[in-house]
Design a protein around this ligand. Structure first.
Ligand SMILES: NC(=O)c1ccc[n+]([C@@H]2O[C@H](COP(=O)([O-])OP(=O)(O)OC[C@H]3O[C@@H](n4cnc5c(N)ncnc54)[C@H](O)[C@@H]3O)[C@@H](O)[C@H]2O)c1
Length: 360
């Protein structure tokens, strides 16, 4: 029996399916393969357009096979393989178009570089009859599984407030493909928070947002700082505040998500952002109000973190759905398109600007 009272790990498939990787870059190295090793998922081979990179990954993770092309990977894949696609957003559609009809695919976020690309990806998934999910793995971080368990048991009561606050110094140079893109911070980072909030509150009615670059990093013109209000009417209040240019040492860095409800609250430090990709320790704190007693915050020990354990959950949920072990696929492309629509609205709001002040 778990030493902790709350659920904090994803449900694994009874019969894991073989995994074929398309794209063997940084995130596969840092998170996908370490997670699959923990979960016992077999990666049977992979393909990357960068043959040297592919060779390094094969040696490091003892991949049984390297394929010389996408066609080669598809030809060698068994019928029940799950394709694990981790390439820049713009490359996703071309890969999906080639997959055999009826295949299962897990696609790294974002679902294309804008809503139009997301709609095209959704259309291809339907045309090819793919069972496809987007890798919005924050939903399966152990600290989020625990928070969801506490919230779904009703211990916080109705949610009144959700806030993400990230004030860190992010090493954007790790993702050179982001530099020329017009959309970066919300599309590639805050999208995790937008998606997570949707998984608790549903799709918002509207969005207010402003996203901007930083004078010290003008080459990242797609923005490194964002403010997003997801509008759920009178309740809950929801906002996402990120500043990736806090270059003033570790002392005042912040990275947390906070849930407040009528009967209690949870605040989780997501340490990964604070020294990415090594990270600082997470911290899970919660308080349950009891009558007139003074609120008393508790800490909950959580096993595992966002990297790599959360990546078990997205792959496990797809395998379980394909196997018929689960009735729903939480991050299915049909759901993820709503996260992309929310992101699109955030960029539209940012471009539109605020309300001009009346003349005085
Ligand atoms: N927490 C997260 O979910 C998370 C974190 C980091 C990156 N990502 C996402 O993962 C994706 C990849 O990011 P990364 O950090 O690994 O980048 P990366 O640049 O390190 O790796 C991308 C890899 O894809 C390969 N590639 C590009 N086009 C290809 C194609 N058509 N076929 C096969 N291989 C191809 C490249 O050669 C490269 O090795 C991005 O979309 C990014 O948004 C997600």
């Amino acid at each position: 029996m778990s030493p902790f009272p709350y659920q904090q790990s994803a449900q694994l498939p009874q019969n894991p399916l073989p995994v074929v990787s398309i794209g063997l870059g940084g995130i596969v190295h840092d998170a996908h393969y370490p997670a699959y090793a923990i979960a016992g998922f077999d990666v049977i081979g992979g393909f990357d357009i960068d043959a040297e990179r592919a060779k390094m990954m094969q040696e490091k993770f003892a991949l049984p096979a390297l394929y010389t092309s996408l066609e080669h990977a598809i030809a060698e894949a068994p019928a029940n393989a799950v394709f694990d696609i981790a390439v820049p957003g713009v490359a996703i559609a071309g890969i999906l178009r080639e997959l055999p009809r009826g295949t299962a695919a897990l696609i790294q976020k974002p679902m294309g570089d804008d809503l139009a690309q997301a709609q095209n990806i959704l259309k291809i998934c339907h045309e090819r009859e793919l069972t496809a999910a987007i890798n919005f793995q924050l939903r399966f971080a152990p600290f989020i599984i625990a928070a969801r368990d506490i919230i779904e048991r009703g211990l916080l009561g109705a949610l009144t407030d959700i806030e993400f606050r990230v004030q860190v110094n992010t090493p954007w140079h790790l993702w050179s493909f982001l530099f020329p893109l017009p959309r970066v911070e919300i599309l590639y980072h805050s999208i995790h928070y937008v998606d997570l909030i949707r998984s608790f509150c549903g799709t918002p009615e509207s969005v207010y947002a402003k996203t901007l670059s930083h004078p010290t990093a003008p080459e990242l013109r797609g923005g490194t700082r964002s403010m997003i209000i997801m509008d759920y009417g009178d309740n809950p209040r929801v906002n996402v505040m990120t500043n990736h240019n806090h270059a003033y040492g570790a002392e005042k860095q912040q990275s947390y998500v906070k849930f407040e409800g009528e009967k209690g609250a949870i605040q989780i430090r997501a340490g990964l952002n604070m020294n990415y990709p090594t990270g600082l320790p997470d911290r899970f704190e919660y308080v349950l109000l009891e009558g007139q007693a003074a609120p008393s915050w508790q800490t909950l020990d959580i096993e595992g973190s966002w990297f790599p354990e959360a990546f078990i959950g997205t792959m496990a949920s797809l395998m379980r759905y394909v196997n018929g072990e689960a009735a729903a696929l939480p991050t299915a492309v049909e759901d993820a398109i709503q996260t992309m629509a929310t992101v699109e609205a955030a960029y539209a709001s940012s471009a539109h600007g605020g309300t001009p002040l009346p003349a005085v």
